[in-house]
Design a protein around this ligand. Structure first.
Ligand SMILES: Nc1nc2c(ncn2[C@@H]2O[C@H](COP(=O)(O)OP(=O)(O)O)[C@@H](O)[C@H]2O)c(=O)[nH]1
Ligand SMILES: [Mg+2]
Length: 419
């Protein structure tokens, strides 16, 4: 192992010499200007990593490197550089410990530097391209993810003014938000639909709202209701009351075999709605439920209830857990309670879910509406975070964006349709 010296008229030139000689992993020990020239002392990367090598070797190496570092201290304090005398060096094992600590500090400094460089390059861009920056800030304020905000801002057509830019972003988001479009798709075709999702997201309430719409379309005779939530106190009761009001029978099933029998009995019904027991997305029950619904003799189309009040991270986890062999679509619930809806729209867009309905209140059946992309995207930008603690300031934007660089190649982003 040896310390090498590189001299050149400029830092850039000296760094180039260093990199050519020692490669990209070289570790710089010191750097100073001497008689108008820049002088850098450096060590090859492999020399540094061999420091964490076996004990006997380590002892010999330690002295040399400690020598280099004490030499550095002298350079820094303006004294002449001279080799360290071995008697200033602590003994044996302790030195090995010091070097491991040194290495880990160097590694953590490298990480910090990388993040800071990304931040600096971002604040540079923010100044050069204020329109992109303001568009990203708007998107973040509506709850969209930093990575989608950055991806779209980077694809923004050249020379757009802020307003045109915002319109372009909205039109891209609308185009990528897939919705059912026409309610008759369900009502005319009919079939078996199961509402799934975590606890308390509005499955039972939404089942009742859908049941009421079905009854208005076809009359009560063509509809049947099933609940798999019969074993929780009140689970069955809640749906049974709605069934009674609508004049529709509610069947309670407890397992896959039960469900098969019930669906077989109800095969002459035009539409069957299944209200399921909620399970947290981290619960093993989710997989069992997907298996139960997929094991029926006729296709059961699963509709996932996504509450707009949850964070994007939580909703992403929910979709991953409930996706199974494919969801027919999703229903956004609790729109009325959400402070921002960019979070839920981001997940629906990136996970390419088909949004059937939006629920915006507890009233059955009034508070259920067909999903319309233009309304929802407009609404997203109206519901901006206005409360100071949750809003990003200009100078914080680089910090948020610094971590998105590695995500720009994400499949879910590349598949966003732009034109
Ligand atoms: N504000 C609001 N509340 C809702 C909405 N949908 C359901 N709820 C309420 O959320 C609570 C849980 O609903 P429930 O249907 O029992 O959820 P489940 O556990 O998924 O079946 C109930 O108090 C519902 O009235 C909605 O769209 N907006
Ligand atoms: Mg329920």
């Amino acid at each position: 192992m040896n310390v090498k010296k590189f001299s050149a008229p400029t830092s850039r030139e000296a760094l180039r010499l260093l990199r050519d000689a020692l490669g990209p992993d070289a570790v710089i020990l010191s750097n100073r200007t001497l008689n108008g020239a820049v002088e850098i002392l450096a060590l090859a990367g492999e020399d540094m990593s061999s420091l964490a090598a076996p004990a006997v070797e380590r002892e010999v190496q330690s002295e040399t490197v400690l020598g280099a570092f004490s030499a550095r201290r002298r350079v820094d304090s303006g004294q002449e550089s001279a080799p360290a005398s071995p008697d200033t060096v602590p003994a044996g094992e302790e030195r090995g410990g010091n070097f491991n600590q040194l290495m880990s500090e160097i590694r953590s400094m490298r990480g910090m530097l990388e993040t800071q460089l990304a931040e600096i390059s971002w604040s540079g861009q923010q100044k050069r391209e204020p329109i992109k920056a303001s568009i990203m800030r708007e998107m973040l304020a509506t709850g969209f993810s930093a990575s989608l905000a950055r991806y779209l801002a980077e694809k923004l057509p050249e020379n757009e003014k802020t307003q045109d830019g915002m319109n372009w972003i909205k039109s891209v988001l609308m185009r990528n938000l897939s919705t059912m479009g026409d309610e008759n798709v369900i009502f005319e075709k009919g079939g078996v639909f199961a509402l799934v999702g975590p606890t308390g997201v509005g499955k039972t309430t939404t089942t009742a709202k859908l049941a009421a719409r079905c009854v208005m379309h076809h009359g009560a005779g063509k509809l049947a209701l099933i609940t798999t939530d019969g074993y929780r106190i009140g689970g069955y009761e809640q749906l049974r009351i709605y069934g009674k009001i609508l004049g529709v029978m509610v069947h309670s099933v407890k397992d896959e075999a039960d469900l098969r029998i019930a669906l077989d009995e109800l095969k002459n019904k035009h539409t069957v709605l299944i209200d399921t027991a909620g399970a947290g997305q981290r619960d093993q029950m989710v997989a069992e439920q997907v298996a139960m619904l997929s094991g029926a003799d006729m296709p059961v189309q699963r509709l996932l209830c996504l509450p707009a009040t949850s964070t994007g991270e939580t909703l992403n986890e929910v979709v991953r857990a409930y996706r199974g062999n494919g969801l027919a679509g999703c229903i956004m619930t609790k729109l009325d309670e959400a402070a921002t809806i960019g979070n839920v729209l981001d997940v629906i867009i990136r996970q390419k879910l088909n949004l059937f309905y939006v629920a915006n209140g507890q009233r059955v059946p009034e508070d259920l509406h067909l999903a319309r992309p233009s309304y929802l995207i407009d609404r997203a930008f109206k519901l901006k975070r206005e409360t100071a603690p949750f809003r990003y300031q200009d100078e914080e934007l680089p910090l948020v964006m610094a971590n998105t660089a590695g995500l720009m190649n994400d499949k879910s982003l590349r598949e966003v349709m732009l034109g």
